[in-house]
Unconditional design. Structure first.
Length: 420
């Protein structure tokens, strides 16, 4: 959410962000409504001032004047009540529009409607060359008895799965490795709830736009979160942190749930696009400084690349286009990892800088060294998200006899086994 003063003072910048991000928002109507709210607030303040003035006069007035003042006060109370009701209604309407305002994108972001405008800025590693017929992860897992797909669908419907035996332990190894690595970088490992309130999703920026992708539990007025980021933002929602606590670095782990409406085709096979998954999320709250945010963006991105390099997986880093980066993002870089069965790269990580857009929605603030209360900056990036990354490991390290070579960094978590 943008500051309403920023919108009023920089309408052209906001209109351009609306255009390049493809947001359905009438900025002129937003500005008109903000002016209307300011006018109503002025009238409320003026009425309250008059009320105080009448109260002071009442204490000194004679009985005849007091009768007049009572009538004036009653009339003023009625007008004030109506003004407050109108201000509340108009304020709610203004907030709904402000929630739709997009973050101003980084000037280096490619301009385009969707991911087709994304630009690959670098790559690492070479896709493996196999001297045997490559199997996809589903075939390998089923031959090894490492997963159940048909039986899982009997329980949960489409895109359900189970992980069994060694494949489950390999998934656990990926998450343990990621958490251990992040601890060396002074991130605090933390588990967060997956059941969240609506205000947590609004505060994070997942709502209102992402409501259709989110599972709802109406009886409890709760939702299933699609990322640990929701819980991590919500933990400090409404707080004023001391600057000495910044940066706050979390390695959040949680089960995640997404409806994934509209996804179809070969890329949903097996473990590549599922409704329930596990993720370790890098999350940072830092001071409101553009240069500080930029440094953290590079560090989060570098950590994700380090993970893939240590796993030995070929990948490409993408600069995301304005229409693909999401409403609140200032900058977003995806990392796509090679999937042999698809003969292409698929997204496994997404690194985002949101400046104060997210923290403003959530009321996430800090007190600066001079005592000034400021809106914080937030950033996030995937560390490990399974089972998609798990599928990449299985396919890239498969052998001719349908075994899987264990990446060296994962072996300590699997009894130093080299093959599964």
């Amino acid at each position: 959410m943008l500051d309403k003063n920023f919108v009023r003072n920089h309408p052209d910048a906001v209109k351009e962000a609306v255009r390049v991000k493809g947001i359905d928002l009438d900025v002129d109507e937003l500005i008109r409504l903000e002016e209307h709210n300011r006018g109503l607030q002025f009238q409320v303040d003026e009425a309250q001032r008059q009320r105080k003035s009448l109260s002071k006069e009442f204490a000194k007035a004679d009985e005849t004047r007091r009768a007049e003042l009572r009538t004036q006060s009653s009339e003023l109370d009625g007008a004030l009540s109506e003004l407050r009701a109108e201000l509340s209604r108009a304020g709610a309407e203004l907030r709904e529009l402000l929630l739709l305002t997009p973050g101003i994108p980084w000037e280096g972001a490619p301009v385009g409607d969707d991911e087709s405008a994304n630009v690959v800025i670098r790559s690492w590693g070479k896709p493996p060359a196999f001297d045997f017929a490559v199997l996809d992860h589903v075939e390998i897992a089923e031959r090894r008895g490492w997963a159940e797909f048909a039986r899982a669908r009997q329980v949960s419907g489409e895109r359900a799965y189970t992980l069994n035996g060694d494949l489950l332990m390999l998934e656990r190894a990926l998450h343990s490795y990621a958490l251990d690595l992040l601890r060396t970088k002074d991130f605090t490992p933390i588990s967060v709830p997956s059941l969240v309130k609506e205000e947590a999703l609004v505060g994070t920026g997942m709502f209102p736009k992402g409501r259709s992708e989110t599972y709802e539990l109406p009886a409890e007025n709760l939702f299933l979160a699609g990322t640990a980021e929701v819980g991590l933002v919500g933990l400090h929602s409404g707080e004023i942190l001391d600057k000495s606590r910044l940066p706050i670095r979390y390695a959040g782990i949680s089960p995640c749930f997404r409806r994934e409406i509209g996804s179809a085709g070969r890329d949903v096979r097996g473990l590549l696009r599922v409704h329930q998954f596990e993720k370790v999320e890098q999350f940072v709250i830092c001071e409101a400084d553009v240069e500080v945010s930029a440094r953290w963006h590079q560090e989060l991105l570098a950590t994700a690349e380090q993970i893939l390099q240590e796993l030995g997986l070929a990948y490409e880093v993408v600069e995301c286009a304005t229409g693909d980066m999401g409403v609140g993002k200032f900058r977003m870089n995806d990392i796509n990892t090679w999937i042999p069965s698809l003969e292409t790269y698929r997204e496994t990580h997404s690194c985002s800088t949101l400046h104060d857009w997210q923290a403003r929605r959530a009321g996430l603030k800090y007190r600066d060294s001079d005592g000034t209360v400021r809106i914080a900056h937030t950033l996030n990036n995937t560390a490990v998200a399974t089972p998609r990354l798990l599928a990449a490991v299985v396919e890239n390290f498969q052998t001719a006899d349908q075994k899987v070579r264990v990446p060296e960094v994962l072996r300590p978590y699997l009894g130093n086994r080299e093959l599964l």
